[in-house]
Design a protein around this ligand. Structure first.
Ligand SMILES: C[S@@+](CC[C@H](N)C(=O)[O-])C[C@H]1O[C@@H](n2cnc3c(N)ncnc32)[C@H](O)[C@@H]1O
Length: 258
């Protein structure tokens, strides 16, 4: 069976250009929230994990001492490095690394960020233990990711739908499980927020050019099976003539390393 890391690399190596141009990733509430939670200081040695094409790292760079931007997919790191050069950003360094095995010394960062990525991680507790190890005591960890609602039925529904569309999706935990995993890893949670990504067109999101027609239909059927209340309340579903728009719930956490 294909490893999770192989699926992730296969998926993201083809999409570096798409991510670099994606306004859904470049902008929006999740970037604002992580910047606000990080409260960056000019002395902060910062690590951005699963940086993709670098949106979070580049937003932090002018406000901190320096940023190490890491990602599992070499093509994403290469695109991020190219963009940093184009934008004359000189205090961001790049490294290909798995979130679950960080090639950095213990207590070497003041601030660690991770945005829109842990739902692809093979082992979230291992990732959190690595964040804890590389942060200095009292250092800050800021996370934003898509999450499931708290009901078991919707946890199962959402993860099935995400996995059908994208094989590199591993698991979107509900906020209560994030809180527990973060506290169990040795952090004190200081602040949390619920947010959402922007409304997305189903026909765009489902990637019909990549996913076979029967998979697209299976995902469409899964959305049709949601109760009207769940569709509206948890996924902000709005129907148009030949499409529908929806969003995923997102969760932000600011946690202090004990
Ligand atoms: C949606 S993109 C990241 C977006 C980025 N953090 C931002 O703020 O724009 C998800 C990234 O997670 C990376 N990724 C997935 N699994 C990973 C892992 N186990 N370790 C490190 N990076 C990983 C992928 O290669 C991809 O670049």
């Amino acid at each position: 069976m294909k490893s999770v890391h192989t699926s992730v690399r296969e998926q993201f190596s083809q999409h570096a250009e798409y991510y670099a141009q994606s306004s859904a990733h470049a902008q929006g509430d999740t970037l604002e929230v992580i910047l606000e939670f990080a409260d960056p200081k000019s002395t902060d040695k910062t690590l951005d994990i699963a940086t993709g094409t670098g949106f979070t790292a580049f937003a932090l760079a002018p406000k901190v001492s320096d940023v190490v931007a890491t990602d599992l997919t070499p093509e994403m790191v290469a695109k991020a490095a190219e963009l940093a050069q184009e934008q004359d950003i000189i205090n961001v360094m790049f490294s290909v690394a798995a979130a679950e095995s960080l090639p950095f010394a213990t207590a070497s960062f003041d601030l660690v960020t991770c945005r829109l990525a842990p739902h692809h991680f093979q082992d979230v507790p291992k990732f959190l233990s690595e964040v804890h190890r590389v942060l200095r005591k009292e250092g800050l960890f800021c996370l934003v990711d898509s999450v499931s609602p708290e009901s078991q039925e919707l946890i199962t529904w959402q993860n099935r739908v995400e996995k059908l569309r994208d094989d590199s999706h591993v698991f979107g935990y509900p906020p209560s499980q994030w809180d527990k995993m973060i506290e169990d890893a040795g952090f004190e949670i200081e602040k949390t927020a619920h947010t959402r990504n922007a409304q997305m067109s189903f026909l765009w999101w489902v990637r019909p050019q990549k996913n076979p027609t029967e998979i697209v239909q299976e995902i469409r059927d899964a959305f049709a099976m949601l109760s009207p209340d769940d569709a509206r309340e948890h996924y902000t579903v709005e129907h148009t003539d030949d499409d529908f728009y929806f969003s995923w719930p997102m969760y932000a956490v600011r946690a202090r390393r004990r």
